[in-house]
Design a protein around this ligand. Structure first.
Ligand code: CO
Length: 211
């Protein structure tokens, strides 16, 4: 599995040649601009490469990845990506994709200190607290972790829906669906949690903005 640093650059040259040979205008076309229909919010985990697992190509998915695929309202990075994707690129779907066996969620379930990252993982602990009755009733630790991984994705879908960025898009009738998925590291299969948000009515009244 080990790959040398130099090999990355060698592979790149070979890849670029192959692409050019198969599709002569491949780079020329991409260099003119992008119009992806999807925004992907995924985990930074190296085992969940969005293009590869969805059979998509360069130019087809706009991407934001962080530890445990979180939507944190004060995260300027996430908000900037979201705003650009929704307001400028006008993506039609936002996909929050978590994955079973997520190290971030596993770490959040323990009481151990990890350093700076504890402040990030705390958002996952908040999800646990919201759902503690359901989660505490699951005796098996792996099953409990997997359920928290699913609930965490569902919460992030919700947290995207309540942003002013997404609500403003809906208010101007821009088609925009937000989905929650969980990828299985063991089998490569994506589990669609079917928690799609597509209009302000899908939100609790307290979050709905006036227009
Ligand atoms: Co992860």
């Amino acid at each position: 599995m080990e790959i040398s640093y130099n090999m990355l650059l060698e592979n790149n040259k070979a890849w670029a040649t192959l692409k050019r040979n198969n599709t002569p205008n491949f780079f020329n076309k991409l260099s003119k601009g992008q119009s992806p229909e999807y925004l992907w919010i995924g985990c930074s985990d190296s085992r969940v490469p969005e293009n590869e697992i969805t059979g998509t190509k360069p130019g087809e998915i706009f991407v934001h990845r962080n530890i445990a695929n979180m939507v944190v309202h004060s995260d300027m990075n996430l908000l900037s990506v979201l705003s650009y994707a929704v307001d400028v690129l006008k993506v039609k779907h936002i996909i929050v994709c978590g994955h079973y066996g997520c190290g971030g969620v596993i770490a959040a379930m323990s009481n151990k200190q990890y350093g700076l990252i504890d402040n990030w993982l705390r958002h996952i602990k908040d999800v646990y607290r919201h759902h503690h009755i359901e989660l505490d009733s699951i005796a098996d630790e792996e099953q409990r972790t997997n359920r928290l991984i699913e609930l965490n994705v569902i919460e992030q879908v919700h947290d995207l829906g309540i942003t002013s960025i997404v609500q403003n898009a809906w208010s101007r009738n821009q088609p925009l669906h937000i989905h929650g998925w969980v990828y299985g590291l063991e089998n490569g299969i994506i589990n669609d949690l079917e928690v799609t948000f597509k209009c302000s009515k899908d939100l609790h009244a307290i979050y709905q903005l006036n227009y």
